[in-house]
Design a binder for this molecule. Structure first.
Ligand SMILES: [Fe+2]
Length: 313
């Protein structure tokens, strides 16, 4: 796809020579949904109301077969983002070079708009958890993540974006907030941020922080993408289930995110109890309408001010 870019700050600690790292961020792709097996036939059958697709990288890190064939065809018609769950960027285990090799192969094949994974750890001592576990937000963990992001970006030859995870526990050893940690990772490594608005809302309720303080702590130039998803209210906590429509409170937070970060690429995540594709299109169109209305509202005062500015004669 075309490599349209916009100017952004030049963070320190960035290794030179990787396109997109440390000096630019990708242009917005518009409104996307996850490409799921249930919808392969529908997506291949003709036009959709979707601008781009996100795929779970690990589902396509294979030598052949129908899913890879479908992805290749979809990529012929749409931008695609590779979204992984196994990078374990916060672990102290060595980076898995076999995994990175297969991810690199897939990226060369698909030429995604970008590659993303999560700011978390999923393995320790060679044992893999199936959860995306939160990190202790310490300067030591920060140094570790920044160094590993640099090595992954160097390995892949392209920048990556990291997503904030939802969480249910926190580390007493944390020295800073999650948003301070995430902002520093982006500033020092040059990676992008995939800001999951639902995850912010879920974690804010679970840990009793202000979700709008989170948004205010993230540098706008670093945000490449938003995730929107549904969660489940378990009474004493919220659970990030991706099996519901986006909640009204998350739509409200998305409006604030668009005000701060502009029209970054937006993706609807719906991974369980997956509805018909048309329902996903509706949810994506709701995001588009809300974004457009929010941007129009934001532009109106500036237009009014310009129109009323006295002209020197
Ligand atoms: Fe997400």
């Amino acid at each position: 796809m075309s490599a349209r870019t916009t100017a952004a700050g030049s963070p320190d600690g960035v290794r030179p020579g990787i396109p997109g790292v440390g000096g630019s961020r990708p242009a917005g792709l518009g409104h996307g949904v996850g490409l799921r097996r249930d919808h392969f036939e529908r997506v291949l059958s003709g036009p959709t109301r979707i601008d781009w697709f996100e795929v779970i990288s690990e589902n396509f890190m294979v030598d052949g077969g129908r899913p890879l064939d479908v992805l290749t065809k979809v990529r012929g018609n749409y931008p695609v983002v590779l979204h992984g769950v196994s990078l374990s960027i916060g672990s102290t285990d060595p980076l898995d070079e076999e995994y990175l090799g297969r991810l690199g192969d897939l990226a060369r094949r698909v030429e995604p708009a970008w590659v993303s994974d999560h700011l978390c750890w999923t393995s320790i001592g060679g044992h893999h958890a199936h959860d995306l576990l939160p990190l202790p937000y310490t300067s030591e963990a920060l140094d570790n993540v920044v160094a590993r992001v640099a090595r992954v970006q160097e390995w892949l030859g392209r920048p990556i974006a990291l997503e904030n995870v939802s969480s249910y526990v926190a580390h007493r050893s944390s020295e800073m907030t999650e948003w301070e940690f995430l902002a520093e990772v982006a500033r020092r490594s040059g990676c992008g941020i995939l800001l999951d608005v639902n995850n912010i809302y879920v974690s804010a309720r679970n840990h009793r922080f202000d979700p709008r303080a989170y948004l205010a702590g993230i540098p706008p130039a670093a945000v490449w993408q938003f995730h929107l998803a549904g969660h489940s209210d378990k009474g004493s906590f919220l659970l990030d289930t991706h099996d519901h429509p986006v909640a009204d409170a998350v739509w409200d937070l998305y409006r604030d995110a668009v005000r701060r970060f502009g029209p970054a690429s937006t993706l609807i995540e719906w991974d369980d109890r997956i509805p018909p594709f048309e329902r996903l299109e509706e949810e994506s169109e709701r995001a588009r309408a809300l974004k457009d209305a929010t941007l129009a509202e934001s532009a109106a005062p500036a237009r009014d001010a310009a129109a009323s500015t006295p002209v020197a004669r």
